[in-house]
Design a protein around this ligand. Structure first.
Ligand code: DHB
Ligand code: FE
Length: 279
């Protein structure tokens, strides 16, 4: 049967992707950020997942306001990087796993999560930057990817608790897949940041670090935090952190922290990175 190796949480700051693409990772601004990623890269290089379920959000790239699925699962065989205004990122095409994708869709929907099934979609920085964080700049991504896109952009977003419970359903789906594959799950986005409006530039390191503590130690309680608190404390885009709760729900209650890193600022955003394994 398929086996879940662990979970990765990472922010998806677009300029981290640009730093990789343009050879700037060793410049003084970026070096501390990329140094802080090394232990996570080492973990995944050793764990060698066959497939990563990447929980991410689209930023009105593939899905705009005319079509806003709450949860959209990519079951196609490949996903091209989206052109976000400067041409598509020069990264490999993301290869899917249709058999596993359809199994996840079936298992989740019969488990009463009404997932939108998508066979043809592009993926923006929300998905490709986390891959660059973990895998650097390879000719081909070293694993298949199942994109799970979450609406965190357009009100009403799903609750943190709904996300946490979806993670539990994903765990059941992974462990009922009759193939000997190794799977990792990524929860991406966040942490505190606001890119627009009067409070543009909000970063709340104290709140983020406390949130990370609780994410590890008491995720079910953390998942109860409402959107109003997240917006107030972490800014309008800080709400992206609810996607990490899907990853956390897929893991055991008690987890081992393999790596934790936090850095401000990375562009306008607080950069967070966490690698967890079941104990
Ligand atoms: C930035 C962060 C994001 O999460 C995003 O989607 C776009 C931009 C930033 O910090 O610049
Ligand atoms: Fe974002």
């Amino acid at each position: 049967m398929a086996k879940l190796l662990g979970g990765v949480g990472t922010s998806h700051v677009p300029s981290i992707g640009a730093a990789v693409d343009h050879g700037k990772t060793q410049e003084p601004y970026w070096k501390p950020v990329f140094d802080g990623m090394q232990a996570a890269k080492k973990w995944i290089a050793q764990a060698r997942p066959d497939v990563c379920v990447v929980v991410y959000n689209d930023h009105a790239s593939c899905f705009a306001l005319d079509l806003t699925p709450t949860f959209a699962l990519g079951v196609g065989s490949e996903f091209q990087p989206h052109d976000e205004g400067y041409g598509p990122r020069p990264v490999p095409v993301v290869k899917g796993d249709p058999d596993f994708g359809w199994h996840l869709a079936e298992s989740l929907i019969l488990d009463e999560f009404d997932i939108t099934i998508v066979s043809d979609m592009t993926v923006d920085h929300g998905l490709t930057v986390p891959l660059s964080v973990m895998f650097g700049q390879p000719d081909e991504w070293p694993c298949k990817v199942i994109p799970l896109c979450v609406n965190v952009v357009q009100y009403p977003q799903p609750t943190g608790n709904r996300c946490f419970n979806l993670g539990k359903a994903i765990r059941r789906a992974i462990e009922s897949y009759d193939a000997d594959i190794k799977v990792a799950i990524f929860g991406t986005g966040g942490l505190s940041h606001q890119l627009q409006g009067e409070r543009a530039g909000v970063i709340n390191a104290e709140y983020d670090n406390r949130w990370l503590d609780r994410f590890v130690a008491e995720p079910a309680e953390l998942a109860r935090i409402g959107h109003t608190e997240l917006l107030r404390e972490t800014g309008s885009e800080g709400i992206e952190c609810i996607m990490w709760l899907i990853m956390r729900g897929a893991l055991d209650e008690h987890v081992k922290v393999v790596h934790r890193f936090y850095h401000v600022p990375a562009s306008n955003t607080a950069y967070g990175l966490l690698v967890l394994e079941n104990k």
